[in-house]
Design a protein around this ligand. Structure first.
Ligand SMILES: Cc1cc2nc3c(=O)[nH]c(=O)nc-3n(C[C@H](O)[C@H](O)[C@H](O)COP(=O)(O)OP(=O)(O)OC[C@H]3O[C@@H](n4cnc5c(N)ncnc54)[C@H](O)[C@@H]3O)c2cc1C
Length: 393
């Protein structure tokens, strides 16, 4: 498509700036509108960026810059609640604070020529004729664009405005949290690996990122959906004490890390977006979590958003019109998303089974499954970015 088309991206989390970088490098004029203003939120938690996400950033030539504040894990280990090591996945991943990742991506997007406007919360989107949109923000201002791309996350306003009939996100039954602990303890393995535990009543992971500093996360099932407000009302100390009690039948390292946690523990009810019949409407579309937030059990959401961003930019560049670009993009992406989503559901179902027989089966099957994944290439990590075009100049 013509590089003179004006493109507006809604949301500067992970998918939005990656899309901005990809489009700007292909010669498009891009504006990103982000609801929040000021310093990118540093609260609480890190995320684990898988090799497929890194592959996108490497292809765009920004991996070293964007991931400079991250920590490479040399492998991922899995143990059960009795501290028995079940399997080791030799894939290398990167643990990075969510805020640092977003800040790095925004910086790379600005360097590529993208204009980022903060404090611009999308509240309305009006089609003003063929392929033109008026984008209205909560502060009363507005902007115009020919193409609007919603990267505004699981509770996407772009999606609600474009597809009011689409189902709303559903609670996965999982509450997640994550933080940082300061602890010097020789029994806490600082071996460069990301250690995960299938606890009896929750799933826990940690990595020592430098001597005395540990990143950790925890996911557990809660039948009744808590609100963000309810979770925020619990103090950090109270929250980590509750988690330590939840894990009191699991390896002792878990409660020691939890009790050494410092302030700003992130915690969230986790949602997923039910499959949409389409991701686009006219010359506007949604991608990343806005289109397909998947259950968190594989740590794939950010990487899938980056894959989407890269592939959509190439589809826009290589097609003659936006409708063809969106159709090709959706066709190429929906199978992959469905497959990763299914794997995430399956993984979630064996996280914390209440019956011992199911735990035993998991403990027997997991080593075989990981070995097979490593031999064949894991479906989740297995993604090669499409070739980047030769650009003039
Ligand atoms: C508990 C938990 C743990 C996770 N762990 C991992 C992990 O280890 N690895 C991994 O890869 N993924 C993980 N994920 C998933 C990952 O966080 C998401 O998939 C990823 O952040 C999606 O990126 P996104 O840019 O599409 O959406 P988001 O990161 O949600 O970004 C959306 C952006 O849009 C902005 N926005 C929202 N509404 C508006 C509006 N109306 N107008 C303008 N801007 C707006 C927001 O402020 C935000 O900046 C986890 C998720 C959860 C809940």
């Amino acid at each position: 498509m013509n590089a003179s088309s004006r493109i507006a991206i809604i949301g500067a989390g992970i998918t939005g700036p990656t899309l901005g970088i990809s489009l700007a490098k292909l010669g498009y004029e891009v504006d990103i509108f982000e609801a929040y203003e000021g310093r990118v939120e540093e609260a609480g938690s890190f995320l684990n960026l898988a090799p497929n996400g890194r592959a996108v950033l490497s292809r765009l030539g920004v991996a070293d810059h964007v991931l400079a504040a991250g920590y490479r894990s040399s492998a991922i280990t899995f143990s059960n609640h009795k501290d028995r090591r079940l399997a080791t996945n030799p894939e290398t991943t990167t643990n990075i604070m969510r805020g640092s990742l977003s800040a790095g991506l925004r910086e790379a997007a600005s360097l590529a020529g993208v204009r980022i406007h903060e404090g611009k919360r999308l509240v309305d989107l009006n089609s003003t004729g063929s392929q033109h949109w008026k984008i209205v923000f909560a502060d009363g201002t507005s902007s115009q664009a020919e193409i609007v791309l919603g990267c505004d996350g699981v509770h996407s306003a772009t999606r609600s405005l474009l597809m009011p009939e689409a189902s709303t996100p559903s609670y996965t039954g999982v509450v997640g949290s994550g933080g940082r602990s300061l602890i010097n303890d020789s029994e806490i393995l600082g071996d460069g690996k990301f250690h995960m535990f299938f606890g009896l009543r929750g799933f826990f992971g940690y990595q020592v990122i430098e001597p005395g500093v540990v990143y950790w996360f925890e996911n557990h099932n809660e039948v009744n959906e808590p609100t963000f407000k309810e979770l925020a009302q619990v103090s950090d100390e109270d929250w980590t004490s509750r988690l330590a009690v939840r894990h009191d039948c699991d390896p002792n390292v878990i409660s020691r890390i939890l009790r050494a946690s410092v302030k700003n523990v992130g915690r969230w009810p986790v949602y997923q977006v039910p499959p949409l019949t389409t991701w686009h409407c006219g010359s506007a579309a949604v991608l990343g979590d806005a289109a397909h937030a998947v259950a968190p059990h594989l740590g794939q959401g950010a990487s899938l958003g980056m894959e989407d961003a890269y592939e959509l930019a190439l589809a826009i560049h290589s097609r003659n019109n936006i409708a063809d670009a969106f159709t090709a993009f959706e066709e190429s992406r929906s199978k992959r998303i469905a497959s990763v989503s299914k794997q995430a559901q399956q993984t979630g179902s064996v996280m914390t089974p209440s019956r011992w027989i199911l735990r035993l089966m998991r403990d027997l099957m997991l080593p075989l499954a990981i070995k097979q994944q490593v031999r064949r290439g894991s479906q989740a990590y297995d993604y090669s970015p499409s070739p980047w075009p030769d650009l003039p100049g």
